[in-house]
Ligand binder design. Structure first.
Ligand code: NI
Length: 137
């Protein structure tokens, strides 16, 4: 057929984080990150949309089996992030400020090797209903 289609799977996780740059003093951290820098962490209800683009398979008519995609996201991402403190419980964020931008890049890098090479991947992550990031840009 030759037409590309994007399939989208929405998942959800709750997690705590704190935005902080250890190279800066407290005043600069407070100025840049505001309440997100408060020392005792705070939570977000993250809405994750995983978009996979490719041509529908000639035999199945699917770009990708959505159950397989959902299982992959749950196993590799939401089971690891949900109800966790991202800064302390998720290894990669011990050294990486867990902004929505960084979380989206990390999720992309986790999922990319598990998807067929010919399919394109995009991550949209809502940190609040009004703030979202998209990667790749
Ligand atoms: Ni926050």
């Amino acid at each position: 057929m030759g037409q590309k289609v994007t399939v989208c799977r929405t998942e959800h996780f709750n997690a705590a984080h704190r935005l902080h740059n250890p190279a800066w003093d407290d005043a600069r951290n407070a100025k840049v990150f505001g309440k997100c820098n408060l020392p005792n962490y705070h939570g977000h209800n993250y809405e994750l949309i995983v978009k996979v683009t490719g041509e529908p398979d000639a035999e199945t008519g699917y770009v990708m089996d959505m159950k397989a995609l959902s299982d992959l996201i749950r196993e590799l991402v939401t089971d690891q992030f949900d109800h966790r403190n991202l800064n302390t419980d998720v290894e990669v964020f011990r050294q990486l400020n867990p902004t929505a931008e960084h979380i989206a890049i990390v999720i992309y890098d986790i999922l990319r090797p598990h998807l067929p090479q010919h399919l394109e991947l995009k991550i949209i992550l809502y940190e609040t209903p009004r703030n979202a990031v998209e990667y790749p840009a």
